[in-house]
Design a protein around this ligand. Structure first.
Ligand SMILES: Cc1cc2nc3c(=O)[nH]c(=O)nc-3n(C[C@H](O)[C@H](O)[C@H](O)COP(=O)(O)OP(=O)(O)OC[C@H]3O[C@@H](n4cnc5c(N)ncnc54)[C@H](O)[C@@H]3O)c2cc1C
Length: 399
């Protein structure tokens, strides 16, 4: 008989920890609470279904070649956890470390990639700069002539970067949580937060009231609305991000390719489809529909790099919500004004790759009440103290 991956259980009156959001960050937090800290009286509340948000809509790029020391060390912990995750969760996650190119189309961009390579190497992350002819050897179909509007000057190459099967990550975490005794409640929307004397003591959902010792918000693009309920104004704005997948082709692209100048990136899955995306929609909103202008813009730009793609067919396009912070770094933070409340958000266009480290450290924060050193730079009060962790050069389109 086939086993269910996770089970619908009765909602209890009280949990030690309630996590809002059944994406990779919420589930990873729940999982590491159980396996690292033995805390299992935990509920994950998901308004729709597991993976409904960005975790089921992303283009699955993993890498750790960030720009700041704080960012590089954090994403490197995540990448290392990802390397063992299939084994830890006993689930084939199809992680392919195929290598990741960030193309440079100007002298200034080459300088930026060279600096980034130096920072990466200083933190022990494998990343280096390539000349156009070296790029051509690894990507024979790319146009390195001076015909395109933005000719290629070189690239940052990151061998351990690659792609994973994103929905498998979410399902595997959910199954592991269920096996550890954690309750996953789908179709359970948190509608209000109950506060008593400045402390969070519970939540009101569409299925009734739940008391809790600690509330953790892992709702990415929905975070501003949740935090407003307890009077916390977050430094983030929600924008949609669109992506598309083509029909399947013979394998020809064996690396992830990103061009921030052209606002595009692409990779090829094991099934042969090209998975493609660009930067966020410029206007903030909560719509999750694809637009024709995205498809037109993407096609025009990708053909400058890969003219051989002139005849490919788009199979499907979609959008997800991205919680964009001013410094392109996340917020994982206890909130001074509200006790028993942790916010995990600000993952923008790049947060899927962070999920294991985010969950690991958020769980530690819940269990100990202290902020682990690795995520200290990502406290929310950095915007008040002017201690920004500027990752725009390495996040944004690069995912
Ligand atoms: C098109 C696209 C491509 C991307 N590509 C990449 C990539 O290649 N690499 C990368 O690292 N990142 C990428 N990202 C970013 C990444 O998807 C997100 O940063 C990440 O998935 C966020 O995960 P999360 O668990 O924090 O949030 P989500 O996965 O968004 O989960 C939040 C969940 O909270 C639920 N929720 C909201 N409000 C409530 C409520 N009131 N009650 C109960 N539940 C609620 C939502 O339904 C949702 O399921 C991409 C994003 C998009 C949209």
């Amino acid at each position: 008989m086939t086993q269910r991956m996770w089970h619908n259980k009765e909602i209890k009156d009280r949990y030690d920890v309630v996590i809002i959001g059944g994406g990779a960050h919420g589930l990873a937090t729940a999982y590491y609470l159980a396996v690292n800290h033995g805390i299992t009286n935990v509920a994950v509340l998901e308004q729709k279904f597991i993976g409904y948000g960005g975790s089921g809509r992303n283009t699955a790029i993993l890498r750790s070649n960030y720009r700041t020391e704080e960012g590089i060390k954090f994403y490197d912990q995540a990448l290392k956890l990802y390397e063992d995750l299939a084994q830890d969760l006993d689930f084939n996650l199809m992680f392919s470390q195929m290598g990741h190119f960030t193309l440079a189309h100007s002298t200034a961009s080459m300088q930026a990639q060279t600096t980034r390579a130096a920072y990466n190497q200083a933190c022990g992350v494998d990343s280096y700069v390539l000349e156009p002819k070296e790029i051509k050897e690894m990507l024979p179909e790319i146009d390195i002539t001076d015909h395109p509007r933005y000719p290629i000057h070189g690239a940052l190459y990151h061998p351990p970067g690659g792609i994973i099967r994103h929905d498998a990550v979410v399902w595997a975490y959910a199954r592991a949580c269920d096996r550890a005794g954690i309750h996953i409640h789908q179709l359970t929307k948190m509608e209000d937060i109950i506060m008593t004397d400045g402390k969070v003591t519970g939540v009101v959902t569409n299925r009734g009231k739940i008391n809790c010792g600690m509330l953790v918000s892992c709702v990415a693009g929905w975070s501003s609305g949740i935090c407003e309920q307890v009077g916390v104004k977050l430094a983030l704005v929600t924008h949609p991000l669109q992506a598309l997948v083509t029909t399947a082709y013979k394998p020809w692209l064996h690396h992830v390719v990103v061009s921030s100048t052209l606002h595009i990136y692409l990779s090829q899955t094991d099934r042969g489809e090209l998975v493609c995306g660009n930067g966020i929609d410029h206007y903030p909103h909560y719509g999750m529909r694809s637009t024709l202008s995205f498809l037109e813009g993407y096609a025009a730009h990708v053909l400058e790099l890969f003219p051989i793609l002139h005849n490919v067919s788009v199979q499907r396009a979609w959008a997800g919500l991205c919680d964009m912070t001013p410094d392109y770094s996340p917020i994982i933070s206890l909130i001074d004004e509200v006790q028993n409340f942790i916010v995990n958000c600000g993952w923008g266009t790049w947060g899927f790759k962070a999920s294991p480290a985010s969950g690991w450290n958020t769980a530690e924060m819940v269990a100990t009440g202290r902020t682990p050193a690795l995520i200290e730079p990502f406290r929310h009060d950095r915007y008040i103290k002017n201690r920004l962790v500027g990752e725009k050069a390495a996040a944004s389109v690069g995912n």
